[in-house]
Design a protein around this ligand. Structure first.
Ligand code: ADP
Ligand code: ZN
Length: 758
């Protein structure tokens, strides 16, 4: 037998090895193996088992690691698809498919020694007791009562030593055995089980449709009625306003899949994988008659915990998986349902190779494995809503909050009214200050939100709100401090920074960027409200694993009056005592040089607003902006997703931005700007000569300088390719990459369906 193996370090090739007799029974597609490669021993994966190999003189593989294949053939197929579509070697795709901890097996299983009473042994208590020392007797009493307990615990409880326990073993009273002790990241918590709630009418209707799809697919791929459009009958977009009870629909749909003997995966953005969220799923499924087992996969687990959780799934002991992006690859089999919560979130897109979009992978995986996919959001991505409108996905709607709770009142404050002298950039309007003051007096809580991603990129006049934009690309120009010029990083257009506002009705000299981070907001707050307890929450403050949990706990307990933070506090949190949410600069995200800037701002405002008024008291949201009449702000104020969608999608149509086409972003990076630029132009010529003739719909923009990121001393130039046929383009790009000879110090990255253009 021959094993075809892909090696861990990316060489983009597969190698054949002979399987020695001794290992034949243990090897399967997906097995982890050690093989000779040149003088070294390296690790790899078995991707196929063959009768014969086209290559002569094969070396035997050294050993098979582990007893079962780690990746199922289905997941392996998925990895191959990812490699093709996202233009990366299969080995790289496999790295995402399996958590590091499982792949390397460094953590492995944890074993611990357990002491157990020998049943029916010589341990007749009186007989034994007589021959025991006082120490031994104390230890024996504890073991006798507990019947079985970890050695370490026993030693700690009795203040004795392992030697004492070994004496008991010599006397035939107890056994000491090594046992696999699964790490349980949530072991210390008691979670009270919950029962399904009686659904509201809209929820019930959504569930009924999902249930029908689950029933139709229960026989696996091809088992159900083969409809003309399988995707539409199994992929749902659940559009429900914040607080409309989407999670309850997920939970009950999952229960249906479990009843069918199938498993379910729930993807949640990393940021909202809070203890609160995890608990909701654990509470429904960890207990009860079926004791399904819930596995959690995310980056805050230790390597050992991740290893154990993953194996719990692989061995079928956990059939519900909740996790961030990479949980889409969880080896659940058979798979009945994948839920992608907050499907619009950027964090589903991986920013390094393989640059996959987990939401899209979920849809594909569902299609291949006959599973139902539910994408849920209060603010669906334009792509998903577009697919729903065109019948590719089925649209389910939850238009009202559960319990008839009202959506909060959103007040938009025009910051231009607050500008005084030529230098001032206001931070807190009169209105917001009063609103905060009122909350402090009533003992209610406030969340202040600042989108720091917008830091120092666009140029905006604080007096009239004018933003410098590209005349060709409909995105904001980027302000380059070093050259004092404005640049479009899509087409390369540049112009000088104006000395006064170009808006003829304004001409104010105060035009400048307003680069204010969370920290300054905190300082200003301390000055305005010296007695308030203010806590900042962003990645600078959160250094340790438990900080996030701890700070949220403090906030919940009412020991913090005002929480200031970034994206991190926008999602999925539920605080009944928060009655005010303030968005300090709504514009910051709005004028980023990215065609999705408006969409992101709309999403963010809607999500953040959803944090207010989740309790008894009606919530209030104050949005401060220099461009208060921008449609993203106005539609968010009215909680009107559909109108926003319709306007935005029409705006993108003539420019060929998604959802009308797909984008591939080619980035060249290096230390020497001239070289990078030259290489980028070379790549453009190649694209035009080789790819364009084979792909008539292709639009090429650039090369253009990408905005310099922080202290990096690298220059980046980008080319943006747009096409309606991405699968084809991916293949052509892979060919191009293989052929290109770039100078050593330059790197080219290809990002298919990029989430951000920055
Ligand atoms: P969403 O995810 O849509 O923002 P949630 O799922 O968080 O909304 O639901 C908001 C609240 O409503 C939760 O506290 C949830 O337990 C509750 N809830 C959901 N469905 C029902 C229902 N049918 N009856 C009563 N309460 C419900
Ligand atoms: Zn441009």
């Amino acid at each position: 037998m021959i094993a075809r193996v892909t090696l861990d370090f990316a060489v983009g090739k597969e190698f054949d090895y002979v399987v020695p007799e001794a290992w034949a029974g243990q090897i399967e597609v997906g097995s982890r193996v050690k093989v000779p490669f040149g003088p070294r021993q390296v690790r790899g994966w078995v991707t196929a088992l063959l009768e014969a190999s086209p290559h002569p003189r094969l070396r035997p593989l050294t050993r098979v690691l582990g007893t079962r294949g780690l990746v199922t053939p289905k997941v392996l197929e998925l990895a191959r698809w990812i490699a093709r579509y996202y233009c990366c070697p299969v080995e790289v795709a496999l790295k995402s498919v399996l958590p590091e901890a499982v792949r390397r097996e460094t953590a492995g299983w944890r074993e611990r020694l357990v002491v157990r009473v020998v049943e029916g042994g010589v341990g007749a208590p009186e007989a034994g007791a007589r021959k025991l020392t006082r120490r031994q007797r104390e230890v024996w009493h504890v073991v006798e009562e507990r019947r079985e307990l970890p050695l370490q615990e026993l030693v700690r409880l009795t203040g004795s030593t392992p030697d004492t326990v070994r004496r008991l073993e010599d006397k035939g009273l107890v056994h000491i055995r090594a046992q696999v002790a699964e790490r349980d990241p949530y072991g210390a918590e008691t979670i009270l089980p919950t029962e399904p709630l009686a659904l509201e009418a809209h929820q019930a209707q959504a569930l009924a449709e999902i249930r029908a799809a689950l029933e139709a697919t229960a026989g696996g791929v091809g088992g159900g009625p083969s409809s003309e459009s399988p995707r539409a009958s199994r992929t749902f977009l659940l559009h429900g306003v914040t607080g409309s009870g989407k999670t309850e629909v997920y939970l009950q749909a999952m229960a249906v899949a479990l009843e069918q003997g199938r498993g379910a995966i729930v993807l949640v953005p990393e940021i909202s994988l809070t203890p609160q969220t995890i608990e909701r799923f654990k509470a429904r499924f960890s207990d009860g008659p079926r004791r399904t087992g819930v596995a959690v996969l995310h980056s805050h687990l230790s390597a050992g915990e991740r290893h154990d959780e993953w194996h719990k799934i692989r061995q079928g002991r956990a059939r519900v998986v909740i996790g961030a992006r990479s949980a889409v690859f969880a080896p659940v089999e058979p798979l009945g349902l994948i839920v992608v919560d907050e499907e619009h979130e950027d964090s589903y897109k991986q920013e390094e190779a393989p640059r996959y979009q987990a939401r899209d992978v979920a849809v594909l995986r569902g299609e291949r494995e006959g599973a139902v996919v539910v994408l849920g959001s209060a603010t669906p991505s334009l792509e998903s809503y577009f697919n729903a409108r065109r019948g590719k996905y089925r649209l389910l709607e939850l238009p009202v909050r559960v319990d008839q709770q009202k959506l909060p009142v959103v007040r938009v404050v025009d910051l231009r009214q607050e500008v005084r002298g030529p230098k001032g950039v206001p931070m807190f309007s009169r209105w917001l200050r009063d609103a905060i003051q009122a909350r402090l007096e009533k003992g209610e809580q406030t969340i202040l939100f600042l989108n720091r991603r917008g830091y120092a990129t666009s140029l905006q006049c604080p007096h009239c709100g004018y933003v410098a934009g590209c005349p060709h690309c409909s995105v904001s120009l980027t302000y380059h401090r070093t050259t004092a010029r404005l640049c479009c990083h899509i087409c390369g257009h540049t112009e000088a920074v104006p000395s006064a506002c170009p808006n003829p009705a304004c001409a104010h000299p105060a035009i400048r960027y307003a680069g204010i981070g969370t920290q300054r907001v905190e300082e200003t707050l301390a000055r305005l409200f010296p007695r308030a307890r203010v806590q900042r929450m962003d990645s600078d403050v959160l250094q340790r694993k438990d900080d996030y949990r701890r700070l949220l706990g403090e906030f919940r307990a009412g020991r913090i009056d005002i929480l200031v933070g970034t994206q991190m506090i926008a999602k999925g949190l539920h605080f009944p005592n928060v009655t005010l949410v303030g968005i300090v600069y709504a514009d910051l995200g709005l004028h980023l040089p990215d065609f999705r800037a408006a969409e992101r701002t709309f999403q963010l405002l809607t999500q953040v607003s959803g944090r207010a008024g989740r309790g008894e008291v009606e919530g209030e949201v104050v949005v401060q902006a220099f461009t208060p009449f921008h449609s993203a702000i106005q539609y968010a104020r009215r909680h009107d997703f559909v109108s926003f969608y319709e306007e935005e999608v029409e705006f993108r149509r003539p420019l060929g931005y998604p959802p009308w086409a797909r984008i591939a972003l080619l980035t060249l990076r290096g230390r020497n700007e001239e070289m990078v630029k030259y290489a980028a132009e070379h790549v453009r010529r190649e694209v035009e000569a080789v790819i364009a003739p084979r792909l008539p719909s292709l639009r090429v923009a650039g090369p253009a300088a990408a905005p310099l990121l922080r202290a990096e001393s690298y220059y980046r130039y980008q080319l943006m390719l747009r096409t309606g046929r991405m699968t084809q383009l991916s293949g052509l790009l892979a060919e191009l990459e293989g052929r290109l000879r770039l100078p050593e110090k330059l790197t080219l990255t290809v990002d298919i369906d990029p989430a951000r253009l920055l």
